[in-house]
Design a protein around this ligand. Structure first.
Ligand code: KG4
Ligand code: ZN
Length: 363
């Protein structure tokens, strides 16, 4: 689509435990600007259960979403009539929440006669560095959140190749489970990082999963079990034990991640040439120890490390709006039949067109 004036997109995110909406502007030269970005975390609702409860999440999205959208529109100083399109994360995620966001977006699109863009949540994480620092394709993405751990070659809008993935637990999930078994509150990642800071990473010799393998996959459940075994052996746990267990677990995750990424970057180089950058996204990218490990991996692969600001690494509406803007600029919009999806592979579109079968070129 020849698009020579700025586009204004409302983005809606409801796939997990954040209710979020944002308005983003995209210039015809590809530059982006966030006009508003409102995120309401549901952590307080889920804390008593030690994790996200899907029914509670869906209900909380229903209660909060209209108000969040109104605030995002007001803060952006715009009205629905000015929008060039409305984007919602249509998956992957908890299906109840996805339905809430996608249905709301459809209603807005229908009432205001504006295009609908059904965005893959993972694609939104993948395209975020193009919003924050106008990064050109191709680049290598390390996405590590509560639901996903992937190394992805980002080659173009809608063109992704997964180079590595977890065979069991997602990285954030492993942090959360370790926190829970050690009696630390949810969400566990930041708690484990905090406890690890004062601990001895060498007291326990935990396994380094997948080290030295020539694929770029991850596996975290064996490490998690090793932590559980040590923890039960030591019960009742003293604060010193908790710190040392966290430090040992985090050190093992770091070493394994660095090794997996070295392989991922090598596979990238072999298949697509030099990446413009290594990009980290997802909640786990907020971990300072992981950030420094990634820094040295990027340096030895002679590439630049880019980590979007924390508020854009974790789930938010701006990334959905931006992915919507990028897809709209490529002429990719969706019909009212766009389906909510609990599972939606990011790279299936590049090899199996059926994955994007609900996408229609509107212009
Ligand atoms: O991307 P995100 O906000 O939401 C999704 O899961 O999509 O990621 C949340 C995950 C949680 O599992 C949380 O424990 C983890 O990211 N996390 C961390 C840290 N901060 C958040 N893991 C390790 N270290 C951290 N500092
Ligand atoms: Zn996410």
């Amino acid at each position: 689509m020849a698009n020579d004036k700025p586009t204004l997109i409302l983005g809606i995110e409801t796939t997990c435990d954040e209710t979020a909406a944002a308005v983003v502007e995209r210039q015809s030269d590809g530059a982006g600007r966030i006009l508003s970005n409102i995120v309401r975390s549901q952590t307080d609702e889920h804390v008593p259960f030690g994790g996200v409860v899907p029914e509670i999440a869906a209900r909380a999205h229903v209660d909060a979403l209209d108000g969040i959208i109104a605030t995002a529109m007001k803060q952006a100083g715009t009205g629905f009539a000015q929008l060039s399109g409305v984007a919602a994360a249509a998956g992957p995620g908890l299906i109840g929440g996805v339905i809430v966001g996608l249905t709301t977006a459809k209603a807005i699109a229908m009432v205001h006669d504006t295009p609908l863009i059904a965005v893959n949540h993972l694609e939104a994480h993948a395209l975020t560095p193009r919003l924050t620092c106008a990064l050109a394709f191709p680049y290598c993405l390390f996405l590590a959140s509560g639901g996903h751990t992937q190394i992805v070659a980002v080659l173009g809008v809608g063109n992704y190749v997964r180079l590595g993935t977890t065979l069991d637990d997602a990285m954030g999930e492993a942090f959360d489970k370790v926190a829970k078994m050690l009696g630390l509150p949810y969400p566990g990642g930041p708690e484990v990082e905090r406890a690890a800071a004062g601990g001895d990473p060498q007291r326990f010799s935990f396994p380094r999963p997948m080290l030295g393998r020539d694929d770029a996959n991850f596996s975290l459940s064996g490490l998690k079990t090793a932590v559980r075994n040590e923890a039960s052996r030591l019960t009742p746990l003293a604060p010193r034990d908790v710190s040392d267990l966290c430090a040992g677990f985090q050190a093992a995750v770091l070493e394994s991640t660095a090794d997996r990424l070295r392989v991922g970057l090598k596979l990238f180089q072999q298949r697509f040439g030099a990446p413009r950058a290594l990009v980290a996204a997802g909640g786990v990218a907020a971990n300072q120890a992981i950030r420094s490990a990634l820094q040295s991996v990027a340096a030895s692969a002679e590439t630049t490390l880019i980590i979007p600001p924390p508020a854009l690494c974790t789930d938010n509406g701006a990334m959905i709006a931006w992915a919507g803007a990028e897809r709209l600029a490529a002429g990719l919009t969706d019909t009212m039949e766009a389906a909510p999806r609990a599972r939606w592979l990011l790279d299936a579109g590049s090899t199996a067109p059926a994955e994007f079968a609900n996408t229609r070129a509107r212009f």
